[in-house]
Design a protein around this ligand. Sequence first.
Ligand code: RIB
Length: 304
Amino acid sequence: MKIAVIGSNMVDLISYIDRMPADGETLEAPEFSLGCGGKGANQAVAAAKYGSNVMMLTKVGNDIFADNTINNLKKYNIDTTYVERVNNVSSGVAPIFVDASGQNRILIIKGANKCLLPADIDKAAESLKKCSILILQLEINLETVYHAIEFGSKNNIPVLLNPAPGNAELDIKKICKCDFFVPNETELSIITGMPTNTEENIKKAALTLIEKGIKNVIVTMGARGSMWVTEGKIQCLKAFKVDAVDTSGAGDAFIGCFASCYVKNHDVLKSMREASAFSALSVMKKGTQISYPEKEAVQDLLTE
Ligand code: RIB
């Protein structure tokens, strides 16, 4: 049961800050760390750490970051056959700011990720057809995302779309065929144009997507847990209570772990629970991929 992640990789430049500087101000921040990230790569690593066989389609630049990104994916036994280098463009880079409460603000410079095209999916078609699920995010071109959804639907491969970063231009008609649509509250609001400040509003916004034909909407709500909305049914799951030091990459942790469980058990709620535990443990450590826990730690939390 192989999982394919079609999406982004980034170099995470994480600054831990006490506050954002004001206009024209230079401010000392206590700590910095450099790590491997990108929503796609994070999700691939989460699924691989949870025991799945994972392949990744992504592009890196021809720069000092490229080898490190590829070697990092290999370190987690992720199949990098379809990770390509692009000349004259930088690798994707993400300056991240994490405040004292662990909340994050992220900028992305897509770089080589913009060069992942529909033709790259066609090139990898035979390998992709052997996969049990395709995972997508929005740090690559929308045309590539739409093509991948079409490919999954034609070949009866379930598709999970994480619409992150939120993009109001996302064409709902073109994404209706995905089996799982997994936004956080902010992304859900951007995409539906509706408020998502309360659970009631989140339900209403998610239901508009179900009415438009999406089968399952799973909203990740941070410390408030997650919500599964499908036709005629809404179920909420509480988050595990932990002390968060860095929430960056927690949504990706949830998605990678969810997919890893779901392809094995086809049980949405059970997969959400394991994903919630995996992601809760990830926020207790600094960094994105390097904060992801081992499967044993997740099992321990689940049985506590
Ligand atoms: O979701 C977290 C990720 O968003 C970071 O790793 C960063 O690279 C951006 O893509």
